[in-house]
Design a protein around this ligand. Structure first.
Ligand code: SER
Length: 336
């Protein structure tokens, strides 16, 4: 008998940390987590963890023989800045890794005659607006607009969305009998901010880095201009979005890829919120022109009306609640 489980890849990353806590509180199904790294101590008891590489085919074979997955949360990825330093490695992990897991999900869906749900965090990085004028004009970008990513990571995410749609809608379309398909659902996240972890290798990292540096009493040189604007979201809302989308009935889902967002801030406004709580924070701007160009190509805000309409998406944290009730109190405690 295969053991029932929910699989989480990239479990030691930022979203993984918060998602493991939430899933272990909510559900009865045991969690199996994968990452190259060990899990932080505070969540180790909540899951069975394998330190393993999602690119290892033998590992995937072993997973199929030992487990039956109701759902796969595929979080493992190399983010947008890191991906530019090693594009082939990013492609390997972000695309080949996703392909391997989609095939595993397809095989299991067929075998158990019931869809495996495949929940995929995509990103604002799939957007590539050509210039600042267009960025201002298309302030709230809709899912199908400006899908011209400029980073390896963004291109990988966009392609994996298409792969997920393929495995859910068209896989083995010429076969005499259609197999039971994967139930792929993706969320395009804005920049995420956690009170408990600091991201690494992303290009929206200036937000969380600024805040965590202020809480530690360290100076911070922000790598984008003060006027650079993108949307952000507090981590509890990111987890809520993943869980709400996973819980939505199939009839409610009219598309397989949804934008979600909470609040849009310029780097200057971000700094304003940081200074409100940490008035002595030393924040300067030393734009890294290359990383800044990447952020300039991302949408200033995202239109998440489809998610609101279809599965009742609404963030719990607007900017004020995010800073005053979640980020600042928890970060302050953390560095005390
Ligand atoms: N936070 C990610 C990055 O900066 C975007 O999804 O790469």
């Amino acid at each position: 008998m295969r053991k029932k489980a929910i699989l989480i890849t990239g479990a030691a990353g930022e979203i993984g940390h918060a998602l493991i806590e939430a899933l272990s509180k909510n559900g009865k199904t045991p969690l199996l987590t994968l990452d190259l790294e060990p899990l932080p101590e505070d969540i180790r008891d909540l899951t069975t963890h394998w330190e393993a590489d999602i690119l290892d085919q033998k590992l995937l074979d072993r997973l199929v023989s030992e487990y039956e997955f109701d759902a796969i949360y595929h979080l493992a990825a190399l983010l947008s800045t890191r991906g530019e330093f090693s594009p082939s490695a990013a492609h390997q992990v972000n695309v080949n890794g996703t392909m391997g897991l989609l095939r595993l999900a397809a095989e299991q869906s067929e075998w158990r005659q019931k869809s495996v749900q495949f929940i995929f965090p995509s990103s604002i990085a799939v957007y590539g607006l050509p210039d600042l004028e267009t960025k201002t004009q298309y302030a709230r970008t809709r899912e199908w607009e400006w899908n011209y990513p400029r980073t390896m990571y963004g291109a990988n995410k966009l392609y994996c969305e298409l792969l997920g749609i393929y495995f859910s809608e068209y896989y083995r379309q010429l076969a005499a009998e259609q197999p039971v398909m994967v139930d792929f659902r993706a969320i395009r996240f804005p920049g995420l901010i956690s009170a408990f972890t600091v991201p690494s290798g992303g290009t929206s990292d200036y937000g969380p880095e600024m805040l965590h540096a202020a809480a530690k009493g360290e100076p911070y040189a922000c790598f984008v201009r003060p006027d650079v604007r993108i949307p952000f979201m507090a981590m509890p809302d990111a987890v809520k979005a993943l869980l709400d989308l996973a819980a939505a009935p199939a009839e409610a889902i009219s598309q397989r890829v949804y934008n979600v967002t909470s609040f849009s801030l310029s780097a200057e406004e971000f700094k304003g919120w940081v200074l409100k709580s940490f008035p002595d924070a030393e924040v300067t701007h030393e734009p890294d022109l290359k990383r800044q160009t990447i952020v300039d190509s991302w949408a200033a805000d995202m239109d998440d009306s489809a998610a609101r309409r279809d599965w009742g998406w609404e963030p719990d944290y607007d900017v004020q609640r995010a800073f005053e009730e979640y980020l600042v109190p928890n970060i302050t405690k953390r560095y005390q």
